[in-house]
Every structure is written in C-alpha cells, then in structure tokens.
Write a protein that binds this ligand. Structure first.
Ligand SMILES: CC(C)(COP(=O)(O)OP(=O)(O)OC[C@H]1O[C@@H](n2cnc3c(N)ncnc32)[C@H](O)[C@@H]1OP(=O)(O)O)[C@@H](O)C(=O)NCCC(=O)NCCS
Length: 150
C-alpha cells in the first residue's frame, strides 16, 4: 500500500465537536476531556492545535500551549484506524517547529504510566521521563512527567 498522504492544518472552532469525539475514542470515559475542559485547553494563552487529515477526514490532532520558553503538550490523539503510519510523528514535528518559532526551549507532558505505546512514541522523539505524578488522572492512575529540550 502506498504511504498515507497526511495534510496538516490549524484547528478552528468549527472542529471542536469532531475533536471532542476523537478524544473520547482515544482515551475512553475515564481519561478523556469533558467538553468544558477541552474547550479551556484549546483556548489557553499560547495554545495551538494541529489537525491531521487523510483523504479529507480528520485522523488526529495535537494540542499544545506555551508560556515564554516553556511549552507543553496538552494532548495527542490519533484514531485507531490511522495509527502506526506516522500521523502523530508528522503532527509532532510541526508542533515542535511552531513552538520553537515562538521562542520555546523545552516541552513537557504527562502520560499514564501504563500507556506503553505513548511512552514508546515520546521516547522515540527524544522525550525523557523526569518523574512520576501519583494519582494524576481522575481514575487514580499515575502519570510520568516527560520532557525534552528543543
Ligand atoms: C500514541 C499515539 C499518539 C501514536 O500515534 P501514531 O500516529 O500511531 O504514531 P506514529 O505512527 O507516528 O509512531 C511513531 C513511533 O512511535 C512508537 N509507537 C507508536 N505506537 C506504538 C505502539 N502501539 N507500540 C510501540 N511503539 C509505538 C513507535 O516507535 C513508532 O515508530 P514505528 O511505527 O516506526 O515503530 C497513538 O497511539 C494514540 O493516539 N493513542 C491514544 C491516545 C494517547 O495515548 N495519546 C498519548 C497521550 S500522552
């Protein structure tokens, strides 16, 4: 099969409901954002959100925020049908480029300690574990803090 063609674009308010549904599918009810929380995160000062489309359909999105030189990954979501084809990597490279252009020098994130695929993804892209946040998620799960200098 030829490699999937991925088009990147920036989030607009009209995408909100689609992104909410994707987040529900990616994380399930225990960890997914509520509508009010997702709305807050997409509108934080210094927030940005890259959307990946394949054949005209949204395959995933990556939301970031930053304050001065410190950036953070809010969430990265790729629908199961589109995984392991470089969608997350393509979005991350674009988001890191944008954060760098905004003066960001370090990026931090949290990921559940039992999320092996996400941990492998972040490590492949140079993010390193910097600590554990106990009972970070609403269901009591722990998170790794991970970070990278860019
Ligand atoms: C984690 C996630 C974003 C990865 O998206 P993706 O588009 O499949 O990622 P890519 O295709 O760009 O993968 C790049 C690399 O990450 C690693 N990786 C990704 N998924 C993996 C998995 N299931 N198992 C092991 N390594 C994995 C691999 O090193 C992979 O490279 P390879 O395919 O050449 O082996 C996706 O699985 C997802 O949306 N999961 C649900 C939501 C989530 O957990 N988000 C992260 C929260 S912090």
């Amino acid at each position: 099969m030829p490699p999937m063609k991925i088009i990147l674009r920036t989030y607009t308010a009209a995408d909100f409901e689609a992104l909410y549904e994707i987040d529900q599918q990616c994380f399930g009810p225990a960890l997914a954002y509520s509508r009010p929380d997702l709305r807050i995160y997409l509108n934080l000062p210094g927030s940005d959100c890259v959307i990946a489309e394949a054949a005209g359909k949204i395959a995933g999105f990556l939301a970031t925020a930053h304050e001065n030189a410190m950036g953070s990954i809010v969430t990265i979501d790729v629908l199961a049908a589109y995984r392991r084809q470089g969608v997350a990597t393509t979005m991350l490279e674009e988001s890191e480029r944008r954060l760098t252009a905004s003066g960001v020098r370090a990026i931090e994130l949290e990921t559940a300690t039992d999320n092996a695929s996400a941990i492998a993804f972040w490590q492949k892209h140079g993010y390193r574990k910097s600590g554990v946040k106990k009972e970070y998620y609403p269901d009591g799960r722990d998170a790794y803090s991970m970070s990278k200098m860019i």
